[in-house]
Ligand binder design. Sequence first.
Ligand SMILES: Cc1cc2nc3c(=O)[nH]c(=O)nc-3n(C[C@H](O)[C@H](O)[C@H](O)COP(=O)(O)OP(=O)(O)OC[C@H]3O[C@@H](n4cnc5c(N)ncnc54)[C@H](O)[C@@H]3O)c2cc1C
Length: 545
Amino acid sequence: MERKSAIVIGSGIGGIACAMRLQSLGFATTIVEALDAPGGRAYVRRAEGFTFDMGPTVLTVPHFIEELFSLEADHARLGEPDFPAHVLGDDRRILSGISGGPNTSRYVEIVPILPFYRIYFDDGTFFDYDADPVRVREQIARLAPEDLDGYERFHEAARAIFERGFLELGYTYFGSLRSMLGVVPDLVKLGAIQSLFSFVKKYFKSDKMRQVFSFEPLLVGGNPLKVPAIYAMIHFVEKTWGIHFAVGGTGALIAGMIRKFEEMGGTLRLNAEVASIDVAKQGRKRVATGVTLQSGEKLTSDLVVSNADYATTYLKLVDKAHRTINRDAVVKFRKQSMSLMVIYFGYTRQHGDSNLQHHNIILGPRYEELLTDIFDRKTLSEDFSQYLHIPTITDPSLAPEGHHAAYTLIPVPNNLSDIDWAKVGPGFADKVLTFLDERGYIPGLKQRIVYQSFVTPDYFEQTLGSYAGNGFGVEPVLTQSAFFRPHNRSEDVTNLYLVGQGTQPGGGTPSVMMSAKMTARAIAKDFGIDPCIVNGVPVKLPDAA
Ligand SMILES: Cc1cc2nc3c(=O)[nH]c(=O)nc-3n(C[C@H](O)[C@H](O)[C@H](O)COP(=O)(O)OP(=O)(O)OC[C@H]3O[C@@H](n4cnc5c(N)ncnc54)[C@H](O)[C@@H]3O)c2cc1C
């Protein structure tokens, strides 16, 4: 039988993961990437001896990574069981052992990070967030003793959501409304449908604990005031499997994934921007037949997977004439996630820097109001909250000797605002760095800084091709979740699939790896490949829908 071929547009983490899986299923797979290096949001900026991961830094669910590195070319391994039964319960045992399994460590070293985050409040107090319930309780007792009881109840409620929402339903592809309606009653019972912030408010009285236990969706583009409480599972995902760092930075993970993909026989083409997805009419059907690059070159394939932004895929790459469901108005009607300003900077090391941790969340004076400014009013506020990442605390090789490499990320409105970033960007970046200096987070930073650059929503729009400069695809709100989120199998064009943060299940590195698996399963089903045979043994899978 002639070997089938696949083209994956884009080399974000979801794109590479899907390409690895397709190669493993037997498709001759080519990734075509517009930029000069792979990674998408996980692109690496190198300057003046510093190495900066431009995007994701917090790696969770390391066995998803292990699963990718254990794929074999032409072996249908989609059916590997994901969640060994022992993962629930004994957090310490789990955290100690499995940063990166034996297959991963052939490509990249992954290490756990503790504390997960140091969360600073505007009054200078902080909370070290990790999986150790004793330490968590001690800190709640110190900062908000009135919330000790609430924490225990929150913990159990979050566990129930994690078990149903992640362990049981994590890989469910909601291709039909029926598939979604079937699980709604359970989610309602668990309280997972209300907003995360209302859920958290039920258990915690103090503003500080409400912030600690609700800020995390911001790291995947969600507004804690609006994301459904199913996102409380993030707390448990992190608690169960820890948070991790790829030695050498996330870029080292990307390099390892590409190496593995190429070893399996896949092809990566860089500087190969796709201008259009080619579609042919076959009777009543419209079928993807390949892509045309900006250079004019045409590549044919049996199927196309787009890892480009969902809205961009339909608005720019698929001709209007071929779209009846994802019409311009429908695509534009969807809410886009917030965007980010990210400032990359290098500075000299100094005694006293050690107060900061590898991951620091520095909350501003306002929480709910600031979120409303960013997501709803779309205004640039005077105050801000930020995530300060200093990987050189763990891995000094990312900076010249005697220096730190850091980035700080500030959630800001997407480009549906009327903010002129070319005008306000430099002043805003300076204000953030001055804040870090004057508030004593990095004392003397302005004198010690030796390198700085920044990106704004314009980078997401113009360089990464994300509609309205969104940072994380369509916004994760209830009305854009599960069945209502863009579909991984195109409803308009046969043999066209989508993968990555704009599709199901959502944004963040573990989710886009799940998305890759869902998309690959849908493709396996459509092409009559049986993904349920693992090393000759039948494995039962949930329906790919
Ligand atoms: C600053 C930042 C920090 C983050 N931190 C974390 C974190 O710590 N932990 C976490 O889990 N998540 C984090 N996230 C979210 C996470 O990075 C993303 O959800 C995930 O990486 C998105 O992957 P993706 O597969 O959807 O593709 P993307 O990374 O969006 O990549 C899409 C690719 O498609 C390419 N492309 C687009 N159009 C074309 C075209 N026409 N032709 C060819 N190629 C094209 C782009 O160049 C790009 O390479 C962060 C995101 C950002 C922006």
